[in-house]
Write a protein that binds this ligand. Structure first.
Ligand SMILES: [Zn+2]
Length: 160
């Protein structure tokens, strides 16, 4: 959130939504600008982050037009797992429907197939990835491309 500040833009036309509990750091715009002015290493990481974000946005647009809901859902769940750094995380079918641009019933159907395949379990808003390799196989190719871009420029070691 706020990456536009690294590009010299101080307004954000988008709404950010936190999807799960966790810890976060918060830094005001002025202290952030001061840190950037004093840290070329921070600026370089931010440039890499913006590049990876642009790659993910581009692949998301192509994914939306090219891939079926099941593989897109698997991709999104893998991304959630990566960000949660845990095999279980909170997410509702309604939220997934919103991010995938489909009706809730379509998410329920696709998630049911992933659950039947043994890749995930889902109960009362809590999703658990039980077979990551299987879920990666079920995902569209966009996940691997996103992961490759992320690993190339921003990698801490992948936990899975
Ligand atoms: Zn895709």
């Amino acid at each position: 959130v706020g990456v536009q500040l690294s590009l010299g833009v101080d307004t954000a036309p988008l709404l950010a939504q936190v999807q799960d509990a966790g810890r976060a750091w918060r830094l005001g715009a002025e202290p952030f600008a001061l840190q950037c002015a004093n840290s070329p290493a921070l600026v370089q990481v931010l440039k890499h982050y913006v590049h990876v974000l642009m790659c993910q946005l581009a692949s998301s647009v192509a994914c939306l037009r090219s891939h079926l809901i099941g593989p897109r859902l698997a991709r999104w769940l893998l991304m959630c797992q990566d960000r949660a750094a845990s095999s279980s995380f909170s997410v509702t079918h309604e939220t997934l429907a919103g991010v995938l641009g489909v009706r809730r019933v379509s998410v329920t159907r696709a998630a049911g197939l992933l659950q039947t395949g043994g890749f995930i379990t889902y109960s009362r808003g809590k999703l658990c990835v039980t077979d990551r390799a299987g879920l990666e196989h079920a995902a569209c190719s966009c996940y691997a491309l996103d992961r490759q871009a992320y690993d190339a420029l921003l990698a801490p070691p992948h936990p899975y």
